[in-house]
Design a protein around this ligand. Structure first.
Ligand code: SF4
Length: 683
């Protein structure tokens, strides 16, 4: 049989590697890397190579399902949409628009996300729209907006190859973002110095020139300590500070409180290593700084991001090739979902819902009034439901029962709603709790765009038909808007029309259209009259907020500390072979073969102290829940610290995690809590 080849983008992480889908008999039976792709350059990681398994047909949801007497039965689209529309209209008329909302998807296209936030604002009349950036990089969006005016990666992935120092904080880009991990390894081979700041001796840390193995959660102490050393040695970039920043004196005075002796005590890192790292980073010609959720997933997440930004600004390591503040965004389109305004406080392109002019602009464009009240975050909707104040939620392509903190409370919130609708490819743990499940089209079954972590908007093309009656998210939303009586408010005929509407209402995307994206292998925003070919480096001459803001922040303790009852620190991690809740990667027998189970990593010394053998079964308990799993000895950890990947529904680490929140962004403290470990009898 003949094969066709369709170019697309990997549906897993935010690197956005180019892949060619090989289609035979209406099925994707292989993928091939694209050698001309500007980032992946003919490479894919293990997840990318296994993409066909993640969208296979045999266990996809292919028809609308409604729950009756606790069991799902197939129904027509018309019946499902009428039921959802009737309920949403009832909830709004009885209890107000604040009791309904949408969780959109960082796995869906920009067009799907634009439609989701428009549906929330123009049809439901609420700003209750959010997505999983809440639990990954919401502190980056807010923190960097304050300091440099834009919450995205300032530079391009290829800049790794131009840097002479690479500083990675709280991320292991050999596990996730593996193609960036490869860029870093190649940079190191050509002589770049690598500094890793991480409480675990990750694979990246093992090849680093300097590994600062800090105590978990002591990021601000360490970063302020580095700044103090830099000021003491006069290693700051005085010219850059004078021209481009404000708040230098106050910051210098503040970080003087972080003496070397104090920082060594707070972080557990040797003083000599701190001085070496400060010198290497500040004196580099070009230093590329990247960070991940080891910075953001704390109650101090926003301040952690600000501390990172302070370091880059003081050293002038921004606005040039090979430099920058570069948050490594997780999901394939989490950057795009934020850009499209699937957030409760901003419209597309981060236009504030609090700004009257912005509201007037969208009201005029959409020919309907839009709501003024700020919306709820995803966790806020769940909390309100537990309090009896939230009635109807539609979730697109996310599995918060597995991925959100304190699973028992998340489940209580979902159960408390009058109607839960899940739009999904597979029967996830969250889908099992739904009243209605709608079958969604995968990335290979639709056209649209994804935006990777370096702000590159890239086209994906439809390669195969969706299975059964599955539909594209934006088409589902158009049909639902009609069923709710919204007329032609959402009446697009193609994803291109959705994109064009979005581009007309934004500045950063105003120079983009599908033809331009196709010509250029994608374009990095802002792409507009000023930057018609897109923008590789942000902030080259000026910050969008004028001068860069240096803001003094202080170290705070984690919400929970180990004690006699819960004596271990516990942290969550990711593995190379799986992605998110595992609903796609765990369809692959090859990836399952590599890491088939959830597991708890423990330092060998702790195992000896507790009399545990490798792979022994244990129970792990926190103040919120417990689970059973098996241990794996790992000298990546320090004694007293346990870690667990969160991909596995059979051993869901989020039964244990803490939902204490960063007050600015409601980011939960997923990276640290306290647990107890009890051996189970061997069998
Ligand atoms: Fe896909 Fe990310 Fe792997 Fe690239 S690095 S192949 S985008 S999962």
């Amino acid at each position: 049989m003949s094969q066709t080849h369709v170019n697309s983008i990997c549906p897993f992480c935010g690197v956005g590697c180019g892949m060619c889908l090989v289609v035979q008999d209406g099925t994707i039976n292989a993928v091939k890397p694209i050698s001309a792709h500007p980032i992946s350059q003919g490479k894919l990681c293990a997840k990318g190579w296994n993409t066909p398994f993640g969208i296979n047909k045999h266990n996809r949801i292919t028809q609308p399902l409604m729950k009756k007497n606790g069991l799902f039965e197939t129904v027509t689209w018309q019946k499902a949409l009428s039921y959802i529309a009737k309920n949403l209209n009832t909830f709004i008329s009885e209890s107000g628009s604040s009791t309904v909302g949408i969780i959109s998807s960082a796995r869906a296209t920009n067009e799907d996300n634009y439609a989701a936030q428009k549906f929330a604002r123009a049809v439901l009349k609420t700003n209750n729209v959010d997505h999983c950036a809440r639990i990954c990089h919401s502190p980056s969006v807010v923190g960097l907006k304050q300091t440099v005016g834009s919450g995205a990666m300032t530079n391009s992935i290829d800049d790794v190859s131009k840097a002479d120092v690479i500083l990675v904080i709280g991320a292991d880009s050999t596990e996730n973002h593996a193609i960036i991990g490869g860029h870093i390894m190649r940079a190191k081979l050509r002589g770049a110095k690598l500094i890793v700041i991480d409480p675990r001796q990750t694979r990246l840390a093992q090849i680093a020139d300097l590994h600062l193995q800090l105590k978990i959660g002591s990021n601000i102490a360490l970063l302020n300590g580095l700044l103090n050393i830099i000021f003491q040695h006069n290693w700051q970039n005085g010219d850059f500070l004078a021209r481009r920043c404000e708040g230098v004196d106050a910051l210098k005075e503040h970080v003087a409180n972080y003496s070397l002796e104090k920082v060594v005590k707070l972080t557990g890192v040797e003083g000599q290593k701190l001085v070496e790292a400060a010198k290497l980073y500040s004196q580099a010609n070009a230093a590329f700084l990247a960070y991940g959720m080891g910075i953001t997933q704390f109650i101090s997440g926003t301040n952690n991001v600000i501390a990172v930004s302070n370091l880059a600004l003081v050293c002038g390591q921004i606005g040039r090739e090979g430099t920058g503040i570069n948050p490594l965004r997780g999901q394939n389109n989490v950057q795009g979902a934020c850009d499209m305004g699937s957030l409760p406080n901003v419209y597309p392109d981060y236009q504030s819902v609090a700004d009257e002019k912005v509201r007037a602009k969208f009201s005029c464009a959409w020919r309907t009034n839009v709501p003024k009240a700020p919306g709820l975050t995803s966790l806020g909707m769940s909390n309100q439901a537990r309090n009896g104040n939230f009635r109807g939620l539609i979730i697109f392509g996310e599995d918060p029962v597995v991925t959100d903190p304190d699973r028992n409370q998340v489940e209580l919130g979902m159960r408390a709603m009058d109607m839960l609708v899940v739009v999904e490819l597979f029967m996830t743990e969250t889908a099992k709790m739904a009243d209605v499940i709608l079958p969604a089209a995968s990335f290979a079954e639709k056209q649209g765009t994804f935006t990777n972590c370096e702000r590159r908007v890239q086209l994906i093309h439809k390669a195969i038909e969706p299975p059964g009656e599955a539909k594209v998210d934006w088409q589902i939303l158009c049909a639902l808007a009609k069923a709710m009586g919204a007329g032609n408010l959402m009446n697009w005929q193609s994803s291109e029309q959705v994109f064009d509407e979005m581009a007309q209402l934004t500045n950063s995307f105003s120079g983009m259209n599908y033809a331009h994206l196709a010509e250029r292998n994608g374009l990095q925003w802002p792409c507009n009259a000023e930057h018609p070919m897109g923008t590789r480096w942000l902030h080259t001459n000026v910050f969008p907020i004028g001068k860069g803001k240096l803001i003094a922040v202080d170290q705070v303790s984690s919400d929970e500390q180990p004690n006699a009852e819960y004596p271990f620190w516990f942290t969550t991690t990711r593995l190379h072979y799986h992605y998110g809740c595992g609903s796609m990667t765990r369809q692959s027998p090859l990836l399952e073969r590599e890491t088939p189970n959830g597991m708890l990593f423990i330092h060998p010394q702790d195992a000896v102290d507790l009399g545990l053998k490798n792979h022994q079964a244990v129970t792990v308990s926190s103040r919120r829940g417990y689970l059973e799993t098996r241990i794996v000895l790992s000298d990546q950890l320090v004694p007293g610290l346990l870690s667990m990947p969160y991909h596995f529904k059979e051993a869901p680490s989020n039964l244990l995690t803490n939902d204490a929140m960063d007050p600015t962004t409601e980011m939960p403290e997923l990276k640290v809590c306290a647990v107890r470990l009890v051996p189970l009898p061997d069998n």
